[in-house]
Design a protein around this ligand. Structure first.
Ligand SMILES: NC(=O)c1ccc[n+]([C@@H]2O[C@H](COP(=O)([O-])OP(=O)(O)OC[C@H]3O[C@@H](n4cnc5c(N)ncnc54)[C@H](OP(=O)(O)O)[C@@H]3O)[C@@H](O)[C@H]2O)c1
Length: 322
């Protein structure tokens, strides 16, 4: 089969590799579309190696049709249209993954739309509503609101009754987020989001923060949290080392923790996918949630897609069609 392969100089090409076969409990998917994640850019540079046993090929999500089922798999048939959360291998004509990491393609969705929803909704759902335990009406701060994850997070917050504030890098991105359902927001270049958050929340602060920035925002994030607030760290685009005001943590009873999706074991991902299927997927059918696609390129143009992501140009996801 064909897949995006990488040489020692980090050049990418659509080359030949062996076709993977499903083992017990796995399915094979004939990939029609996949989508780009920041992690792929890091993996290419050797900064985010795949977990032990995972495919060396990039690609953390896909949509396509089931082409084979391994021994012991129930619930999926050859030919069904699906989307899936992957530990790797999505930038290829065929990928295998545990049957429990597969979701039906929402009805009326194209493969491109399906490829753009799995990773971002899994990340936003897991970290705001399961880990972050956002309750009805609690306020949420979402950094990088126009990112793939951010656009999913805004829609989930709106659908579940959580007012949210976003930070973004440009006015068009802010306008987009407000239209999508964010209650308020500011440009990150202002450097004072905590003041804006304080005004917006009438001094109370927010209850949950979904943060992909890390060090640069740590102090302002802690100042933006309400008593019993939760900060879920999902990325470190703004640095990995910072000092922390433990006094503030203590007095406000704050919780801060890190969370990655890819490194979780199969069982925990299966539980997450089940929860997504029950709680989130019906909302696509009802039109409460949608796929936000910035651009769609043939997979052979992966360099172009990576350049868009690296320059922070995208609002929502960039899809690669196979
Ligand atoms: N832990 C997990 O399991 C997990 C899973 C998926 C994604 N992630 C992380 O979540 C983040 C969003 O992922 P994504 O794929 O949705 O990203 P994306 O679509 O590529 O968007 C990322 C956006 O972040 C903003 N940004 C870039 N550098 C920044 C900086 N130094 N400080 C503040 N903002 C910055 C830019 O938007 P503006 O122009 O608006 O600033 C950029 O467009 C990434 O950090 C990714 O690694 C984590």
């Amino acid at each position: 089969m064909k897949a995006i392969v990488q040489d020692a100089q980090q050049n990418l090409s659509w080359g030949d590799v062996p076709t993977p076969l499903p083992k017990a409990g796995e399915v094979a998917i004939s990939v029609k579309a996949t989508a780009v994640n920041r992690a792929d850019l890091m993996q290419r540079k050797g900064l985010y190696p795949p977990p032990l046993g995972a495919s060396e090929i990039m690609g953390l999500e896909c949509a396509g049709t089931i082409s084979a089922v391994g021994p012991g798999v129930t619930g999926w048939q050859v030919g069904e249209s699906v989307c899936a959360l992957l530990t790797g291998g999505g930038y290829a004509e065929t990928v295998v993954c545990p049957a429990g990491h597969v979701l039906p393609l929402p009805s009326g969705y194209s493969f491109a739309q399906g490829a753009a929803i799995v990773e971002v909704y899994a990340t936003a759902w897991l970290n705001i509503f399961l880990e972050g335990a956002a309750k009805l009406g609690e306020r949420v701060l979402i950094h990088a609101g126009a990112s793939g994850v951010g656009t999913a997070a805004i829609q989930l917050c709106k659908a579940l009754g959580n007012p949210c504030f976003v930070t973004v890098g440009s006015q068009p991105k802010l306008d987009f987020c407000l239209k999508l359902g964010a209650s308020a927001g500011c440009l990150r270049q202002d450097n004072h989001f905590e003041e804006r958050v304080r005004d917006w929340s009438q001094g109370a602060g927010v209850d949950v923060i979904l943060d992909c920035v890390g060090a640069d925002y740590l102090d302002a994030n802690l100042r933006s949290l309400n008593t019993d607030g939760r900060l879920v760290l999902i990325g470190i685009m703004g640095g990995r080392t910072a000092s922390i005001d433990l006094g503030r943590m203590l007095i406000k009873r704050l919780k801060v923790w890190g969370s990655t999706l890819r490194s979780r074991d199969n069982q925990s991902k299966t539980a997450l996918i089940r929860s997504l299927r029950e709680q989130v997927w019906p909302r696509f059918e009802k039109g409460e949630l949608r796929s936000i696609i910035h651009a769609e390129y043939p997979i052979q143009e992966v360099e172009r897609a990576f350049a868009d992501i690296a320059s922070n140009a995208n609002i929502g996801k960039i899809v690669l069609t196979v």
